[in-house]
Design a protein around this ligand. Structure first.
Ligand SMILES: *[C@@H]1O[C@H](CO)[C@@H](O)[C@H](O)[C@H]1NC(C)=O
Ligand SMILES: *[C@@H]1O[C@H](CO)[C@@H](O)[C@H](O)[C@H]1NC(C)=O
Ligand SMILES: *[C@@H]1O[C@H](CO)[C@@H](O)[C@H](O)[C@H]1NC(C)=O
Ligand SMILES: *[C@@H]1O[C@H](CO)[C@@H](O)[C@H](O)[C@H]1NC(C)=O
Ligand SMILES: *[C@@H]1O[C@H](CO)[C@@H](O)[C@H](O)[C@H]1NC(C)=O
Ligand SMILES: *[C@@H]1O[C@H](CO)[C@@H](O)[C@H](O)[C@H]1NC(C)=O
Ligand SMILES: *[C@@H]1O[C@H](CO)[C@@H](O)[C@H](O)[C@H]1NC(C)=O
Length: 585
């Protein structure tokens, strides 16, 4: 008895030593915060020694972002696969707000990066496949024009077998061979219908220890989302489902991170397995999630001949020791979690992480034009951000944005010059999910009660807070938020006017304005619930913040100049009010 206790005491000491020398790491999710849905993450040892993740872009342009990292925590925008409208011209004509490019799968084979994606206008649900390649993932222009082919369903995946055959898998779960030079396709067959057989999608194929492992997402990308796995010794099947399915899910839990699925597995340089997936910080209530589906990381244990063990997704994680943290990595894009301090200085260009909704009007944006240093010039679009819902037209919008990457944030820009002539000419800031769900604060020319000598109402600059949501149709908010219009204070006219969008708590956004002479004297213009920017037409994407210019259907063409673009994260909620790295408590 005593002997045994003494013996187990030594065992405890030994295991402490093992822990100390082989320390597991801790980190927090999400690793790509804000709208970064449908991740496909890989490790490329050869030449790059880096991790890469691709995420979805839907209607945003440039699209199909690729991020790179050496340590799995510091992620930098490497490039956009889709940076020339000619690569996917269909984006210009896509009305449905959730249509466009869904779920890139990123692969590296024989020195070449492959990005395969599906396009659908969503209505009708006709799917087209696109394959792009590059040897240089840090340069937008190095990505090829696409190989285009018809697809029966969404979420294409590429897999190269040892005999050189290339396979395409996609939702269903279908499989067919594909010739990567000609896009010639073999016959498609259904190789597995999944564990629950409900919306089997997002297939991944891995070959390990004599098995083909087919891992898929199921249940739809909302609360029922989960991951399931099957294996076969023959790539054509039959596939044997794992008795432990679902292999990864937060369904039926009270976890803050929900909708976990669309997973991918990869090995780091030490041979440890990891997985990426999408998740939504909503809790099971699933009402308030303006950032939509984000990218999370989880450790995986995959012993020889066995099924992989995927660690459940939480905000606070621990697992395999992470590679040493470093920001010395290739590329010139910003790190995902960094603030924006952008002054549009002469000689600079539009930052690579800025996004348009479909393609922007030609020449709508220019940096530091003659006589206007340190500004971004906007030419207005006739159309404002709103169209009728459901949308039937696809006007080009003078709208430029970035992803909201923090639960709490502060965004502001200075309107440096705006001298409109016609009623309803407007420049402003927006928190934008879709054209039917956005919160705007504009400086706009509106009639006053004073009459000019011709008996016409005099026009003057006003601040206008206006919320677009279509009750009962879009978003998770059924009410209406009244428009607020205030005359622009006269004493503000001699200095740039600062317009703010702040997520000041988890459930609400505040829009406000100030003179840059007295930036602390904020004039609150309106508060709106984040549920407007959750669900509805935008249930697959996430909130963006930015600047727009419009004549609101009129013929005004007045240019505006904005400067001092600032975005600052103020806290990341990882578990119902537990904030990192900044804690208000
Ligand atoms: C978009 O629609 C316009 C007008 O119907 C048509 O002329 C154009 O060819 C379409 N473009 C694409 C890429 O489908
Ligand atoms: C795999 O299955 C297919 C279809 O059933 C069959 O034609 C093929 O011969 C099998 N391959 C091997 C290596 O057993
Ligand atoms: C969640 O619970 C429901 C009802 O009990 C059950 O039918 C379903 O299979 C569960 N889903 C998962 C992924 O556990
Ligand atoms: C380290 O992390 C791995 C992967 O999550 C896990 O399997 C292992 O049990 C952890 N080791 C310790 C000592 O916690
Ligand atoms: C909004 O109203 C519709 C119709 O009345 C109802 O079906 C829906 O559940 C409501 N949504 C919310 C979030 O209250
Ligand atoms: C956020 O602020 C709004 C408006 O002041 C308030 O109604 C709401 O309860 C707050 N939410 C949280 C989570 O504190
Ligand atoms: C958008 O422009 C149209 C006219 O083109 C106008 O009727 C509408 O009020 C504007 N704003 C919003 C938020 O809908």
């Amino acid at each position: 008895m005593y002997f045994l206790q003494a013996f187990s005491g030594i065992a405890v000491i030994l295991s402490v030593v093992v822990l100390a020398t082989n320390q597991n790491s801790t980190y927090t999710n999400p690793i790509l915060p804000g709208w970064h849905s449908d991740p496909s993450c890989i490790f490329v040892a050869a030449e790059h020694n880096s991790f890469f993740c691709a995420t979805s872009s839907f209607l945003t342009f440039p699209g199909m972002p690729i991020y790179n990292s050496k340590d799995l925590l510091n992620w930098r925008l490497a490039s956009h696969v889709f940076s020339r409208p000619s690569q996917v011209p269909q984006i210009a004509n896509t009305t449905v707000q959730n249509g466009g490019l869904w779920a890139t799968t990123l692969r590296y084979h024989d020195g070449l990066f492959y990005a395969i994606v599906s396009y659908t206008p969503q209505s009708p649900f006709v799917v087209t496949g696109f394959i792009f390649t590059t040897t240089d993932p840090y340069d937008d222009s190095a990505w090829s024009d696409p190989l285009v082919f018809p697809l029966i369903d969404i979420d294409p995946n590429l897999f190269w077998d040892d005999d050189g055959t290339t396979y395409l898998q996609f939702s269903g779960i279908h499989q067919q061979t594909i010739d990567l030079k000609t896009a010639a396709l073999g016959p498609a067959t259904i190789i597995w219908t999944g564990f629950t057989e409900f919306i089997p999608e997002g297939p991944r194929m891995y070959k390990k220890d004599g098995y083909y492992y087919l891992m898929i997402a199921e249940g739809g990308t909302e609360l029922g989302h989960h991951e399931a796995i099957a294996r076969s010794k023959n790539i054509s099947g039959p596939y044997e489902g794992y008795s432990g399915n679902p292999i990864l899910t937060n369904t039926n839990t009270s976890e803050y991170f929900q909708t976990v699925g669309h997973a991918e597995l990869f090995q780091d340089a030490s041979g440890n397995w990891w997985g990426s997936a999408l998740a939504t910080r909503s809790g099971p209530a699933f009402e308030n999630y303006p950032m939509g589906r984000e990218t999370v990381l989880f450790p995986v244990t995959w012993n020889e001949g066995e099924w992989p063990v995927l660690q459940p997704v939480r905000g606070q994680m621990s697992g395999w020791s992470l590679p040493p943290q470093t920001r010395a990595i290739s590329g010139s894009g910003p790190f995902v979690e960094d603030p924006d301090i952008i002054d549009f200085s002469p000689g600079s260009t539009i930052p690579p992480h800025f996004l348009y909704w479909r393609f922007p009007p030609k020449d709508a944006f220019a940096v530091s034009t003659d006589g206007h240093p340190n500004t971004l010039r906007l030419r207005p679009s006739k159309s404002n951000l709103t169209s009728s819902a459901p949308l039937t037209t696809t006007p080009e919008l003078s709208l430029i944005m970035r992803v909201q990457t923090d639960t709490l944030f502060s965004f502001s820009i200075d309107v440096v010059e705006f001298k409109p002539k016609l009623q309803e000419e407007e420049v402003g800031v927006t928190a934008f999910l879709t054209q039917t769900q956005h919160l705007d604060l504009g400086i706009v020319l509106l009639p006053t009660s004073d009459l000019d000598p011709d008996g016409q109402a005099k026009l003057a600059l006003h601040l206008r807070f206006r919320v677009t949501n279509v009750p009962d149709l879009t978003g998770n908010f059924n009410g209406t938020v009244p428009t607020v219009i205030k005359a622009l204070p006269e004493k503000w006219l001699n200095a740039p006017i600062r317009l703010h969008v702040d997520a000041f708590n988890e459930t609400h956004y505040a829009l406000s304005a100030a003179s840059s002479n007295e930036p602390w004297e904020l004039k609150p213009m309106g508060v709106a619930p984040a549920t407007i920017l959750s669900g509805g037409d935008g249930r697959f994407t996430g909130t963006l913040v930015g600047v727009y210019a419009t004549s609101n259907g009129g013929s005004g063409l007045t240019e505006s100049y904005v400067g001092r673009w600032r975005y600052q994260g103020k806290g990341q909620d990882i578990n119902y009010g537990k904030f990192v790295p900044y804690s208000p408590f």
